[in-house]
Write a protein of this length. Sequence first.
Length: 79
Amino acid sequence: MKTITLFGSENCHKTIYYQNFFESRNLKFTFHDVLMNDNFAQELRNLYPNGNLHFPTILIDDKRLRNPKDKDLLKWLNK
């Protein structure tokens, strides 16, 4: 089973889109709100060389996807 982590914000429409994407497919994921939790924000910053808060970002195991299209997301989920 893959480990899925979604970094985003509860008021970001793309983050909400990905939450619905995972929930509609009964996929378990962990949501990290980077605007409400400084630790989650730092964790996200550490994923990028420039240290910016690029969200939504999805981690599938060790694969980082930034605002992926559905087909790319499905590809990594099905690997």
